[in-house]
Ligand binder design. Structure first.
Ligand code: AMP
Ligand code: GLY
Length: 428
């Protein structure tokens, strides 16, 4: 069976690795893929957002189904297009992807459905937004409504900082159309969780909760990034908490989307805050998270390919077996390039020791291979180094040691991925 994977980051490498682990007879094609994925399948030089070329590729290769990794092709309508051509595809339609691509749409949906989330108001006028900020006071959160590559959220500690963010997004036009409206949102406190749910629009299969580390610096300090690491499972995500998340967040959201005529099929990613009054939504994404995918999938003990394929071909997940998980924990350390998350340098030669210790997997994110075979940096997040172990502490040590053993000029990584879990374990 041929499967097409759209994308070329660490998430897509982890998905490719897992599909092959599930079923070694799967023949993988990736567009555009990366040098890590190239060891598992064939990479084709087609951009992830080129929907026409991807449809042509899926047809000419007669792929059984297509797995879409990033949000850009979903926003470009890849699922709608593939469905009109009867090409099975895993992901939401463009309309359903609005749960990620339009924060104002997502907020209105949650409000209609009674899903717990921070209160927010939408503004296209900077002066009106400033009036709202003055009324709420700091801390307060300012968000560009559209896709802004992870840079559209400012958690403002002062009213001045909030007003600066409004000026940058609305007056400064920092994100173009994506920032033509801003949300002024209530500040929430609590621990964050990332939860992935595979859904056919009605039935859903939750995965293990993970925790992302968005800040560049140890102890969660410094500027936000695409994610410097992740771990799973998270002890705070008890069965009782997860039951509440499914009942008060996932189920009502899916129901509201069905009622609106845009059922969500694919991977619903709930970014959650465990607030004192209960779990609340920080944001939804319409695809697997990166780097959480690289931490969650190595713990999976049942098939990922089966439910993904079922959703892609339009089968129901009613009666599908819940995901099974191995005991222990996984820690993913992102090894980033010089300058990340600012202007990054590319082209530094990378060396990865072989063999890697058992339990360690290196997923490629921003790498490229020269004609002479040299592996080089090509992007901010270069490698995602996952280790599984009996505990988060053991997995962290193994992931960090492996990150230490990888060499390239300007390499940077956090040595503390999973620290919150370890601090909580010490405190209890
Ligand atoms: P997002 O891009 O929406 O995930 O936001 C990035 C980060 O900003 C989140 O992971 C949170 O840490 C923080 N954040 C977003 N919204 C809020 C909020 N309403 N209250 C507190 N922190 C928030
Ligand atoms: N890890 C955050 C994201 O994938 O959006």
């Amino acid at each position: 069976m041929k499967v097409l994977i759209v994308g070329g980051g660490g998430r897509e490498h982890a998905l490719a690795w897992q599909l092959r682990r599930d079923d070694s007879s799967i023949e993988l094609i990736a567009a555009p893929g990366n040098p890590g994925i190239a060891e598992l399948g064939r990479c084709v030089n087609v951009a992830a957002a080129d929907v026409d070329a991807l449809a042509a590729l899926a047809k000419s290769e007669r792929v059984a189904w297509t797995m879409v990794g990033p949000e850009a092709p979903l926003d470009a309508g890849i699922v709608d297009r593939f469905r009109t051509e009867a090409l099975p595809v895993f992901g939401p339609t463009k309309a359903a992807a609005r749960i990620e691509t339009s924060k104002s749409w997502a907020k209105a949906l949650m409000t209609r459905a009674g899903v717990p989330t921070a209160r927010a108001q939408v503004f296209s006028s900077a002066s009106d937004a400033r009036v709202a900020v003055a009324a709420i006071g700091a801390p307060v959160v300012i968000k560009a409504t559209g896709l802004a590559a992870g840079k559209g959220v400012v958690v403002a500690q002062t009213v001045n900082e909030a007003n600066d963010a409004i000026a940058m997004m609305l007056d400064g036009n920092a994100f173009g159309a994506a920032g033509a409206e801003v949300l002024v949102e209530e500040y929430m406190t609590g621990e964050e969780l990332s939860l992935f749910v595979v859904t056919d629009g009605t039935h859903s299969l939750p995965m293990l909760a993970a925790q992302d580390h968005k800040r560049v610096g140890e102890g969660d300090t410094g500027p936000n990034t695409g994610g410097m690491g992740a771990y799973a499972p998270v002890a705070l995500a008890t069965p009782a908490v997860m039951g509440k998340v499914m009942d008060t967040i996932i189920e009502p959201t899916l129901r509201a989307m069905r009622d609106d005529g845009c059922p969500f099929t694919g991977l619903l990613y709930a970014g959650l805050m465990l607030a004192p009054e209960g779990p609340k939504v920080v944001e939804f994404n319409c695809r697997f998270g990166d780097p959480e995918t690289e931490a969650v999938l190595p713990l999976l003990a049942s098939s990922l390919a089966d439910p993904l394929r079922a959703v892609a071909v339009g089968d129901s997940l009613a009666g599908a077996r819940a995901f099974q998980w191995n005991p222990g924990a996984a820690v993913t350390t992102i090894v980033a390039a010089h300058g990340y998350p600012g202007t990054v340098r590319s082209g530094d030669a990378i060396s990865i020791p072989t063999p890697l210790p058992s339990g360690v997997t290196v997923f490629h994110a921003g790498t490229k291979r020269d004609a002479d075979g040299t592996l080089r940096t090509s992007g901010g997040r270069v490698l995602a180094v996952t280790a599984v172990g009996d505990t988060v502490a053991a997995a962290q040590r193994a992931s960090r040691d492996a990150a230490d053993s990888i060499a390239f000029a300007g390499k940077q990584f956090r040595r503390d991925i999973g620290w919150r879990e370890m601090a909580r374990a010490r405190a209890s």
